[in-house]
Design a protein around this ligand. Sequence first.
Ligand code: ADP
Ligand code: ZN
Length: 526
Amino acid sequence: EKGRDRFVGSTPQEVLQSVFGYPDFRSLQAQAVTGIMDGQDTLVLMPTGGGKSICYQIPALCRAGMGLVVSPLIALMDDQVAGLRQLGINAAALHSELENEEASKIRADLAAGRIDLLYVSPERLLSPGTLDRLTRQPISVIAIDEAHCISAWGHEFRPEYRELAALPRHFPGVPRIALTATADQRTRDDILTALDMPHARVLISSFHRPNLNIAALPKASELRQLTTVLERHKEEACIVYCGSRARTERIAASLRERGWTALAFHAGLSPIEKRAALLRFRSGEPIVIVATVAFGMGIDRPDVRAVIHLDMPASPEAYYQQIGRAGRDGLPSDTVLLYGGEDMARARYWLEQSNAPDSEKRIMRSRLEAMIALTETTGCRTQALLHCFGETLSEPCGHCDNCRHPVITFDGTESARKFLSAVYRTGQHYGALHIIAVLRGKRTDAVERNRHDTLSVWEIGKDKPEPFWRSVVRQLIARGALKSEGQYGGLALNNEIARPILRGEESIQLRADATAELEKGNTSRS
Ligand code: ADP
Ligand code: ZN
């Protein structure tokens, strides 16, 4: 029997266990679910990974009618739908990227009352045809995900979200739940006003995880940096995140050669391989899982002692969720992010190349820039991370890398000008290594072939070692003075930011990377 209202009559607790397989609600979830079951409008502020979806999924099933979920990001919708279908829930997503065939299948299912939960983009929901179809359905709850998109105050404003104010008119008496991971007061007020739910119950969870020791350092010798962190956690469980499947395989193999028990985990594994990896991870043995973001669902090992990123995540949200898999038991745990300028430039380049709609690109761009700023921050990292979610930590945490070893900055104007000139003089399509070779007067094949040893910038940076220049490039990329010129990592000037520096109109402070420590991957320099 797969009728839509098959869970009506079961308690939320029963559905949580029988459908989702979790023994208990987290405390905020229980409050949200109880309120919605009673028809109460609710605003939930919870970090990514905190368990927001359960707050509306369970009432959607336990109340009569279909659950409606407004979501601004197609990729997120598709992930949610796939996850729910695996649990035997009839979920579907209506958005602009659907094939005609899929869309008509969903319309048929809708008309027949077969859908438990429908995800829909805001513009789609309020289009006359869809609205007409949906208002003919009994609706159990309306969830507005990423509700901060309604606020023009934030960086992720979506004008279509404003139209959601009309929801109560179209769906009178249906309880609404707005959810977001951005929690500052201004955004919160905007959401309540724009959705016209002044009496909503507001549930806020803190994002602070005081047992996480956050550190981030520029990539130098990646594998050495990685093993140095792992050495501190020899008999324990660690997760290493990489940006691609191939990289997880390669890194896991290198670790095994060096005597570690390491397994790769990514979406390309067969179901049997995945299950085997998860079983070993959960067994409690010391193990290093080298994974893509596919390693996330069902990670419930409480004693993960370190999460290491070899590639920069695309947003503070993703980063927070991934480091959050460390130290669930509340004991001190390490998180180390290795980052590099090329990675930043490449991430920006691919984002611009993607054919996501502009409105989505804008959201992803602001998240990526926030992530880049987080890696380069010279202040307390815990404060900076919480700040991304609108939470203020009044004192520096005292245990992140920047707190323990205050960052030294220096006037980098002259060095920045030398580097930017060299990019300009060589024609704006060479990678960082070539530019550094020119600055340091190193005669490589490419230098000789292009006669770059005849340029005015030849050898003008000889007095500084290569790691110094790598650090300068990275920070120039992070500031946006340099950008990727194509997919091969060639660098070009971003005139708006680079010109004033080149002309000497702007001086810049750079952070001095502790280069000797980078080689060792040492984050606890005591
Ligand atoms: P969010 O939407 O806030 O980012 P999700 O709803 O995706 O978070 O949930 C994050 C993770 O927490 C998921 O892996 C989910 O399976 C797990 N989770 C959620 N609620 C519970 C619970 N009550 N007990 C155990 N795990 C849970
Ligand atoms: Zn700190």
